[in-house]
Design a protein around this ligand. Structure first.
Ligand code: UDP
Ligand code: MG
Length: 330
């Protein structure tokens, strides 16, 4: 019986995995879960030696399981793959770049075990972040929360967390393919505890996030949860109509009082461009939803597992019950 599983999505993390493994080993010892511990490394199509390093760890330590995805599917998919494979009665999720200090798991696990919370999230303070980055994050959370009504997304709370089986099972029950974990974790609810930690720079390598990817992630966040953006467009349309009616009345009054005065080209152009903009925006937002429907309807798996590597069994191609789903059919 595994007491604690730690799931780590890895994309080009060759430089940090060995240290991460060693430090997690110490944490497991300290928590007294020694052999009832499991480290699930998900190699998300890394282009460096991450897979070889992970393979080496799995060969030396039977507690390490490596899932090798068939290509880079992105962090969300890699996390899902790892969570499905995890067998622990408590499951932690953390980054592979040592930005999430493994030692914090000690207090997170203890809090989870000794109180009635079912999830413990780690909340980082932004002291070590570049100023612009932290301001952007703040703005991002305000925007996303403004657009989402069902869940609250907290600033500084990322994917570093630990959860009990009920939470994990609830999470894995959610069938959607366009996954926005930050929101899903909060959507499933359950009593949640928080611990704080200091943000640190990456251990090595570079962040896989580009500004564009962050922007798209933000759009995902806003659209993944509800239809509030559509509602906003409805309001916008309503206001546009109201303004148009008032303006028309104004013109009419002018006409009745002074007759035809000027041609009004500028007004015409302004109205045409303004309203076309609103329409394009509306079509774009609707298109995003339609695109999501398309993705869901196609029902492709979020990822494919190429190989599962464990010390006891050695590498086996196509291990697991179904491709892309080591936890069984869903
Ligand atoms: N990651 C991944 N697939 C990707 C990009 C990132 O599995 O396509 C992993 C990465 O290896 C790390 C975690 O997701 O363990 C967070 O990535 P990163 O450090 O680049 O993001 P940041 O800390 O800047 O949010
Ligand atoms: Mg990072």
């Amino acid at each position: 019986m595994t007491a604690l599983s730690v799931v780590v999505p890895c994309f080009n993390e060759q430089g940090t995995l060995t240290e991460l493994h060693a430090r997690l080993g110490d944490v497991a010892d300290e928590l007294g879960v020694g052999q009832a511990f499991e480290l699930v490394l998900v190699d998300d199509g890394s282009t460096d030696d991450t897979l070889e390093v992970a393979r080496g760890l799995a060969a030396r330590d039977p507690r390490v399981v490596v899932l090798r995805l068939s290509r880079n599917f992105g962090k969300e998919a890699a996390m899902l793959a790892g969570l499905r494979a995890a067998r622990g009665s408590s499951v932690a999720l953390m980054d592979g770049d040592l930005q999430h200090p493994p030692e914090l798991l000690t207090s997170m696990y203890t809090l989870l075990r000794t109180t009635d919370v079912e999830q413990v999230v780690a909340r980082r303070d932004r002291a070590a972040d570049p100023f612009v980055r932290s301001q952007l994050s703040r703005l991002y959370y305000r925007l996303v929360n403004g657009l989402i009504e069902t869940v609250r997304i907290q600033d500084g709370v990322g994917d570093f967390r630990i959860m009990g089986r009920p939470v994990l099972d609830a999470l894995l029950e959610l069938p959607e393919r366009n996954r926005f974990s930050k929101g899903l974790f909060s959507w499933v609810g359950f009593p949640t505890g928080t611990v704080s930690y200091r943000n640190v720079q990456r251990g090595s390598g570079r962040s896989g996030w580009t500004l564009r990817a962050l922007l798209n992630y933000g759009i995902d966040g806003a659209l993944a949860f509800n239809t509030r953006p559509l509602r906003l467009l409805l309001h916008l349309g309503g206001w546009a109509v109201l303004v148009a009616v008032v303006y028309l009345l104004w013109l009419l009054v002018g006409y009745l009082m002074h007759g035809v005065t000027q041609p009004g080209y500028i007004t015409t152009i302004a109205v045409i461009t303004g309203l076309s903009g609103v329409q394009l925006l509306a079509v774009g937002v609707m298109g995003e939803y339609v695109g999501r429907i398309y993705q869901e309807v196609k029902a492709r798996p979020s990822y494919l597992v190429h190989e599962v590597i464990r010390a006891d069994q050695g590498p086996r191609d196509g291990d697991g019950p179904a491709p892309g789903d080591p936890a069984g059919p869903r």
